[in-house]
Design a protein around this ligand. Structure first.
Ligand SMILES: Cc1cc2nc3c(=O)[nH]c(=O)nc-3n(C[C@H](O)[C@H](O)[C@H](O)COP(=O)(O)O)c2cc1C
Length: 141
């Protein structure tokens, strides 16, 4: 079994989240790759059993529109029933972009794992541990 953790980041906060998820998955003893979307063609997701996708809140509570969204629009239709974990960082408010993203995923009937992880700004040490534990659960489920 292999898991892909793939993300877009502007200033590195979502990247820290991706690294912690990846760490947790590896600690659970499951093979995993960590990639930025630049290094991952949409079809590459087909090589994995489970996929974790990260994108921060950009625009006005939106997924990043220039690079991430066109990539994600191509990925979503080929995910099938692969377990999908979504995550990202936000800067203010309640992190509504994650609610919209989850609604979108659920509306398409995709196999969403737990609730998407949203973290305000840079994840604290405690939040990093929580993310790592979620990575372990994702790996072992
Ligand atoms: C162009 C732009 C738009 C943003 N829009 C939002 C927003 O609508 N809501 C929000 O909570 N944060 C917003 N943010 C803040 C980012 O989500 C926040 O800084 C986040 O930590 C960035 O994650 P990253 O370091 O992975 O890029 C925006 C930031 C930028 C640069």
């Amino acid at each position: 079994m292999a898991i892909l953790v793939v993300y877009w980041t502007g200033t590195g906060n979502t990247e820290i989240m991706a690294e912690k998820l990846h760490e947790g998955i590896l600690e659970a003893g499951v093979e995993a790759d960590l990639k930025q979307i630049d290094d991952c063609l949409p079809d590459d997701v087909l090589n994995y059993d489970k996929v974790a996708i990260g994108c921060p809140s950009m625009g006005i509570e939106e997924l990043e529109p220039e690079e991430f969204l066109p990539w994600y629009d191509d990925v979503e239709p080929i995910l099938g029933d692969k377990p999908l974990l979504i995550f990202g960082s936000y800067g203010w408010g309640e992190g509504e972009w994650m609610d919209y993203w989850q609604d979108r995923v659920k509306g398409l009937g995709l196999n969403l794992f737990e609730e998407g992880i949203k973290i305000n700004s840079t994840p604290s040490t405690k939040e990093q541990q929580m993310i790592k534990e979620m990575g372990m659960r994702f790996a072992l489920k």
